[in-house]
Design a protein around this ligand. Structure first.
Ligand code: ADP
Length: 359
């Protein structure tokens, strides 16, 4: 469909170019008795130059290719033949063809260059806007939010009656602010992923420790669930960005909490398997309908009927961050109830110095 539209447009350009050559040739017949046949060559040259400002290389080259013999046939003596008697006229026609083609080609290059410059300027402007938005989210929105959480937590700790209305209102302020903070975090992560501006700070760390950290970080959010961590006795080291991977796992565990019943179990399991570190998050929620499994990692995708309170970004970010580390995330439904999100990261043996520092 696109191809047909494209060839129609190109054909139209070729026909327009032919139309202009015919028109100028007719006009040249009127001008020639006054200006002489040599000046006619300059008029064709002018035409090719103007055409190159409008059309692409193909039609312009055809204009240069056609106008040379037309000039020769209709205007250069002997008229009505392709013979040229005077050697200087032969040179003029050859020079004309070369100059017309080069002229057309160069004008076209200049046009392309100015288009590129314009695109680069647009790109720079959009990057600036993107940076401003990032700064706005990270400073203007998140900083006051952190202050609100801090103030509400202090007030709550000073409340003499933990079961009072004031206390429950403060709890609501804190949990809503934290939810909003999580949304900002995801938006920030997404814009970073999109712009390719994520620069992982690589270091060796123990993956089991990272999962402990994630569980502590989410302890309040997951207070209504039973979180379990099953890990191997030995440390499992990974070379990557601790914070980025923590964001990824926090998103998966958050979902497990959000989409399963209060009081249900969520099990995080980590083990080494051949050349991979395998981390699975098992919940007892509703599971994922088979037909939607490939979509849940898409940006802004939420399963139909999912209660409000999310942007559909968590899994897409998690996948992006894990892929940045050379890993994969997959999901499958459990045989009885709920789903399991499995992350595989490439394992490599840590240097002895890393093992020694944590002994
Ligand atoms: P969000 O949770 O903000 O909506 P996500 O990208 O994290 O966005 O998840 C996309 C969708 O996948 C969710 O809206 C939900 O419908 C579904 N989903 C994610 N995790 C689970 C889970 N553990 N159990 C059931 N459904 C889930």
């Amino acid at each position: 469909m696109m191809k047909t539209a494209f060839s129609r447009l190109t054909l139209f350009h070729y026909l327009t170019v032919l139309f202009w050559i015919t028109l100028i040739t007719a006009a040249n017949h009127i001008i020639e008795p006054y200006a002489g046949y040599r000046a006619i060559g300059f008029i064709y040259l002018l035409l090719v130059t103007i055409l190159s400002l409008i059309y692409s290389f193909g039609p312009v080259f055809v204009a240069a290719l056609l106008s040379a013999p037309i000039w020769n046939y209709f205007f250069i003596p002997p008229k009505g033949t392709f013979h040229i008697h005077a050697p200087e006229d032969v040179m003029m026609v050859v020079a004309y063809f070369v100059v017309a083609s080069v002229n057309g080609f160069l004008t076209l290059k200049i046009r392309q260059y100015s288009q590129k410059t314009h695109q680069m300027r647009l790109l720079q402007e959009s990057e600036k806007l993107h940076q401003t938005l990032l700064n706005c989210i990270s400073h203007e929105l998140r900083t006051p939010l952190t202050a609100i959480v801090g103030a509400a937590t202090t007030l709550q700790s000073r409340t003499q009656y933990p079961n009072s209305d004031t206390s429950s209102l403060l709890t609501e302020i804190i949990s809503s602010s934290e939810r909003l903070n999580h949304v900002f975090e995801n938006l920030l992560d997404m814009t970073r992923c999109e712009s390719g501006s994520i620069k992982p700070q690589l270091e060796w760390f123990d993956m089991t420790e990272l999962l402990h950290f994630t569980m502590e970080h989410l302890a309040k959010f997951a207070a209504s669930h039973r979180l379990h961590l099953i890990s191997e006795k030995d440390s499992i080291y990974f070379y990557g960005d601790f914070n980025l991977l923590e964001h990824a796992f926090a998103n998966i565990v958050r979902n497990a909490v959000s989409y399963s019943d209060n009081g249900s179990d969520i099990t995080i399991r980590i083990h080494k398997e051949l050349a991979s570190i395998v981390i699975s998050v098992v919940d007892r929620g509703p599971g994922i309908p088979l037909e939607n499994m490939s979509s849940i990692f898409d940006k802004f995708y939420r399963l139909p009927g999912t209660p409000v309170g999310g942007l559909g970004l968590g899994l897409s970010i998690a996948r992006n961050l894990v892929e940045t580390h050379g890993g994969t995330i997959t999901v499958k439904n459990n045989s009885d109830k709920g789903s399991t999100f499995t992350t595989c990261l490439p394992y490599r043996e840590p240097p002895d110095s890393v093992k020694e520092t944590t002994l």
